[in-house]
Structures are given as structure tokens and as C-alpha cells.
Design a protein around this ligand. Structure first.
Ligand SMILES: Nc1ncnc2c1ncn2[C@@H]1O[C@H](COP(=O)(O)OP(=O)(O)OP(=O)(O)O)[C@@H](O)[C@H]1O
Ligand SMILES: [Mg+2]
Length: 390
């Protein structure tokens, strides 16, 4: 139970106790907010840890007396309801024109009472935000890639522009995908100076080790060094996979009445993780991957998936300086294996030679399939890296 509470692959981490590593990106995020007063777009692949980072940042910001309002976007998110619900959660006490003894404050009114009840423009909202005092407001918009295209995103860009031009103490932290940053800038090119994009990078080996140690400390179990190395190589920078494989491996050790987690537990964990991830992949992709593995091209496809996981989902095929060999290898695998199976497609202008997997979860799935097949071929798994890229 303690393990399940600390290694939570199906839920973002919500407190600093269970949060591993990420010091650099967290520090950069805090510096951008505090020192540079910028609005931030945090981007990275599924499961890389954006929401967890936002939760921990929220905790730190609240400790530093910021007001933080967190919103998880969806297809239905609409600008007017969003700003009203945020305004309703901010007591009038924080408005410079009101005194703590005023009747409105005693009645528990919020700054929403100063906004028109119908459509609110970025300007009207900024007039109210400009009078916030005694605090700074952070508006966190998570899952921005799921928000509606068009009007909603344009309104957010307008609001960011207005807030920046008037040096108002309200900042946005937006989590989504890389193209969200381009899109906001496309709406209003001049916000380029007010907004910064921060990529959440793959976790390094040390951070993965730290994540597993959190599980060890909570449960009193230990991961043998060989098991840690295997989990780290197989997770390939994804905290989701470290957490998932770590949890399954530990549960398997418990099933054998052991307190030490060994390589064989990791092998079983990978088998279970493949089954679990497969549920979230379309049947079409699973069948294509099955065929490719049956034909003996699993290592090639797995190698490509591994590159995609470490490069924010993007696959470059144009020879470019020191990465020429890798780009040519990507191109070969795409042309011979992945493109004929419709697993990858060009991004943007095909002439640029940049590809991505058509299905978001495919790279992690394929990479785990390769790990599984390598365990099956090698009945006594060793911590020797299997396919090492880069
Ligand atoms: N720094 C961390 N320490 C410990 N666990 C982490 C960390 N970052 C992420 N995780 C684990 O990885 C999983 C995925 O993290 P999270 O949900 O934060 O990613 P995400 O980028 O928001 O994913 P999505 O794009 O699907 O919203 C979570 O289950 C969480 O437990
Ligand atoms: Mg998330």
C-alpha cells in the first residue's frame, strides 16, 4: 500500500515528498516567473511529468504567498467561464480599492463582482487584475493542447499581451505541446518577448534512481543495483515508465515474499506494463507492430521509438552536421519499416524531413515491446544495456 501511494503511474505527483529530480527545470521555471516576470509555456511528451511539475510549483508558489489558480483544459473550456471561475475564487480583499472592514469583504464577495456577468474582454479583466494588491496571481492552464483551437487560444494570447503591456501582477503558466507556443505567438507576434517556452526533458539516470528511492524509503524494500539499471534503461527518460515498471516489479517481489527487487521482477514488470499500455493503443497500431516484430525488424522499429522518446517525439531525417549518421539511420528505418506500416507521418512540410509517430503513445509501447522481446530472448537478463542509443 505504501508503494502504491508513492509510485503512482496513473496519477501525477501532488507533493514535494514524492517528487523526484527536476531541479533544473523547476529552477528555470521559478526564475522565469519571479525574476523575468515572463509567462511560461511548459511543453513535453505525454507522461514526461508536466502536471507533476505544475503541482510542485504550485506548492512552492503558495508557500511564497502567490495566489495560484489551476485549470485543466478540455474541449469544452471557454474563455468567459474560465475567467469568471478564476475571478470568483479571488476574494475582494486582494483588491486595492477595498478595505478589510468593507461590507463587501465581510459578505465574502470576490473580484468577479466587478466584472460584467456576460462576456468579459481581456481589457476589462486587466482593469480588475491591475488593482490586485498584496499578492501575485499565477494562472496555471494544464493540458492546453486539449483546449479548443481558435477563439479560446486567441483570447489567452490577447490577455497575455495586455497583462505584459501593463505590467500587471498576473502571470500564466501553460502546459501543453511545443506547437502551442508557436500558436500563441502566431496570434499576436509581439508576445514573443513576454513568453518563454520550457521543454521538460527526459529524466536522467540519477533522477530515475531518485524516483525509485522514494518507493524504497516508503516501503522498506530495496531495488538491487541491476534492477535499477534495467528500469532506468527501459524507462528511457519517462518518469511514467519508471513509476509503472518500478511499481509492478516491487509487487512481483512481494508476491515471491521477497523484499529485494531483482532483475527477474523487472522482466515480469515489463510484461505487465506492455499489457497495460497496449490497452491504450489502437488495434491497428498493435497489429502493425506485431507484424514488424514477427518479420524480425523489431530492433529497428524499437530504435526509432527510442529516438522519438528522447527527442520530444520528433524524428529528423535530414543529415545535419554531427547528427548526420543518426538522421540517415532514422530515414532508413522510416522508409523501410515505419512508413510502409503507416506508423509515422511527416510533420509540417514533408520537404523538411521531420516525422513523428502517428499515435502519441506508440513510441513508449514499441520501445517496451522491444525490451520485452529482449528479456524473452535472454532468459537470465543482465543489466547490460540492450539497445543503447546516443
Ligand atoms: N518528478 C517526478 N517524480 C516522481 N514521479 C513523477 C515525476 N514526474 C512524473 N512522475 C510520474 O510520471 C507520471 C506522469 O506524470 P505527469 O502526469 O505529471 O505527466 P504529464 O506530462 O502531465 O502527462 P500528460 O501529458 O499525459 O498530461 C505520473 O504518474 C507521475 O507519478
Ligand atoms: Mg498532465
Amino acid at each position: 500500500m505504501r508503494l502504491r501511494d508513492t509510485l503512482t503511474p496513473s496519477q501525477p505527483v501532488s507533493n514535494t515528498r514524492n517528487f523526484a529530480g527536476r531541479t533544473e527545470v523547476l529552477n528555470t521555471l521559478i526564475r522565469s516567473i519571479e525574476d523575468q516576470r515572463l509567462h511560461t509555456v511548459l511543453f513535453g511528451e505525454r507522461g514526461i511529468g508536466k502536471t507533476s511539475l505544475l503541482h510542485v510549483m504550485t506548492q512552492l508558489a503558495e508557500d511564497a504567498q502567490y495566489l495560484v489558480r489551476y485549470v485543466s483544459c478540455g474541449e469544452e473550456t471557454d474563455f468567459n467561464s474560465l475567467v469568471h471561475s478564476i475571478a470568483e475564487s479571488i476574494p475582494l480583499l486582494y483588491h486595492a480599492d477595498y478595505d478589510p472592514t468593507d461590507a463587501e469583504i465581510e459578505e465574502g464577495k470576490s473580484i468577479a463582482s466587478l466584472l460584467p456577468s456576460s462576456m468579459v474582454s481581456a481589457n476589462q479583466l486587466c482593469d480588475v487584475f491591475a488593482r490586485l494588491s498584496g499578492t501575485r496571481l499565477l494562472i496555471v492552464l494544464d493540458e492546453f493542447d486539449r483546449s479548443p483551437h481558435g477563439a479560446f487560444r486567441r483570447s489567452i494570447a490577447e490577455l497575455i499581451k495586455n497583462l505584459s503591456d501593463r505590467s500587471i501582477r498576473v502571470q500564466f503558466v501553460i502546459a501543453g505541446v511545443a506547437s502551442n507556443l508557436d500558436e500563441l505567438i502566431e496570434h499576436i507576434p509581439s508576445i514573443r518577448r513576454n513568453i518563454i517556452g520550457l521543454r521538460v526533458p527526459p529524466m536522467n539516470a540519477e533522477e530515475a534512481r531518485e524516483l525509485l528511492s522514494i518507493g524504497e524509503d516508503a516501503s522498506g524494500m530495496t531495488f538491487q543495483d541491476q534492477a535499477v539499471d534495467l528500469v532506468t534503461v527501459i524507462a528511457n527518460g519517462s518518469p511514467y515508465l519508471v513509476s509503472l515498471i518500478g511499481q509492478h516489479a516491487a509487487m512481483h517481489a512481494i508476491d515471491r515474499d521477497a523484499r529485494e527487487i531483482e532483475a527477474s521482477d523487472v522482466a515480469e514488470a515489463v510484461r505487465l506494463a506492455v499489457e497495460e499500455i497496449e490497452q491504450r493503443i489502437t488495434e491497428k497500431t498493435v497489429k502493425s507492430v506485431d507484424r514488424i516484430f514477427a518479420k524480425g525488424s523489431g530492433v529497428d522499429l524499437g530504435t526509432l521509438a527510442c529516438v522519438a522518446m528522447s527527442k520530444g517525439g520528433r524524428l529528423e531525417t535530414q543529415p545535419n552536421g554531427e547528427f548526420s549518421d543518426k538522421a540517415l539511420e532514422n530515414k532508413r528505418i522510416i522508409t523501410e519499416t515505419a512508413a510502409p506500416a503507416n506508423l509515422v507521418a511527416p510533420v509540417g512540410d514533408p520537404a523538411d524531413g521531420t516525422y513523428e509517430f502517428c499515435e502519441e503513445g506508440a513510441p513508449a509501447y514499441i520501445w517496451m515491446r522491444l525490451s520485452q522481446s529482449q528479456f524473452e530472448q535472454n532468459s537470465s537478463p543482465t543489466a547490460k544495456p540492450m539497445v543503447m542509443i546516443g
